[in-house]
Design a protein around this ligand. Structure first.
Ligand SMILES: [Zn+2]
Length: 59
């Protein structure tokens, strides 16, 4: 089934979204003061607040 094979290949080439390691997939960073209390939350600049990093699988 050639069509099936092509479909599988396209699927494997799609972008893969991984949880952002910087914000642990939350999409924001908790800024704490010296006592450890959360002062505010800021959008993660690594993933633009999505919590995911898209990687292109070039295999
Ligand atoms: Zn992030």
């Amino acid at each position: 089934m050639p069509e099936k094979l092509i479909g599988d290949r396209l699927t494997s080439l799609q972008q893969i979204a991984k949880p952002c390691h910087h914000c642990e997939g939350k999409g924001y960073i908790e800024l704490r003061d010296c006592s450890g209390e959360i002062q505010r939350e800021e959008n993660c600049s690594f993933c633009s607040g999505t919590g995911k990093i898209e990687l292109e699988d070039k295999k």
